[in-house]
Design a protein around this ligand. Structure first.
Ligand code: KIV
Length: 281
């Protein structure tokens, strides 16, 4: 049975911490699903770790649609959340169009969008139309050119604004809120004051759950390692070593071996040569 937002709320109500991970393709979705991760986010972080851009600002709705479809096909159990990319939810009508494509064309089960109280009317309308919405406050990567990449909410006014943003998202019907780069004590207070789960990334251990970017946690992205990312594997080294061995074996002629090759009856081959024009003037 596919996880839904009611199941996610039950985890929060039972005090069970909620793991979430990003995934961007069919095989990674299969792995996340088999590992028992209940929520997969197809984040617009794919702009950096998959498409090689310097920020998420370049990611289009069509880019997202392409990857969300693959993740939905690869997963059976997890709730799949598709990110709404930059400038695809500037009005309620545009948000309905964009979220509608993510739900209908891709088969995603929820969308995520960045922003606090200012996006609450959009969240409310999407939720009223039957689209589950996850909020995202703190460091919001789509605003990187305005706010840089620093921790948000360190001053009393900034912290109060984040608390009010979280409450506004909950009141608008969001089923969860990502807290990115928020001081741990503030994330704890927000989590305490919300009924819905908070999902932290760089927001300390007191959130209801955590999210990590696939390539960061598996050591697959070597351009940059965020401080909040923990490497559970170092796959860059593993993959590069495998590729070097492959290249060596091809150069030496030890790959492919007989077990990787199809056999043919020698008499059939000789007959083919005599029937063909090969070697004939
Ligand atoms: O795009 C993304 O991967 C995200 C997470 C970092 C929360 O928004």
């Amino acid at each position: 049975m596919r996880t839904n937002i009611l199941d996610i709320q039950k985890l929060k109500d039972r005090g069970e911490r909620i793991p979430m991970v990003t995934a961007y393709d069919y095989t990674s979705a299969q792995m996340a699903d088999r590992a028992g991760i209940p929520m997969i986010l197809v984040g617009d972080s794919l702009g950096m770790v998959v498409l090689g851009y310097d920020s998420t600002v370049h990611v289009t709705l069509d880019d997202m649609i392409h990857h969300i479809k693959a993740v939905v096909r690869g997963s059976r159990q997890a709730l799949v959340i598709g990110d709404l990319p930059f400038l695809t939810y500037t009005t309620v009508d545009q948000a309905i169009q964009s979220a509608g494509r993510i739900m209908q064309e891709c088969g995603a089960h929820a969308v995520k969008l960045e922003g606090g109280a200012e996006v609450a009317p959009i969240v409310r309308r999407l939720v009223n139309l039957g689209i589950p919405v996850m909020g995202h406050i703190g460091f919001t990567p789509q605003s990187v050119h305005q706010i840089g990449t620093r921790v948000q909410g360190k001053t009393s006014s900034g912290a109060a604004r984040l608390i009010d943003d979280a409450l506004a998202l909950e009141a608008a019907g969001a089923f969860g809120v990502v807290l990115e780069l928020v001081p741990a004590p503030l994330a704890r207070e927000i989590t305490t004051h919300l009924r819905i789960p908070t999902i932290g990334i760089g927001a300390g251990v007191h959130c209801s759950g955590q999210v990590q970017v696939w390539h960061d946690m598996l050591g697959l992205y070597s351009d940059f390692k965020p401080r909040h990312a923990k490497r559970y594997a170092s796959l860059v080294e593993t993959v590069e070593a495998a590729l070097q061995t492959y290249a060596t074996e091809v150069r030496e002629g030890t790959f492919p071996g007989a077990e990787h090759s199809a056999r043919m009856d020698e008499a059939e081959l000789q007959a083919a040569l005599s029937q063909s024009t090969a070697g004939k003037p």
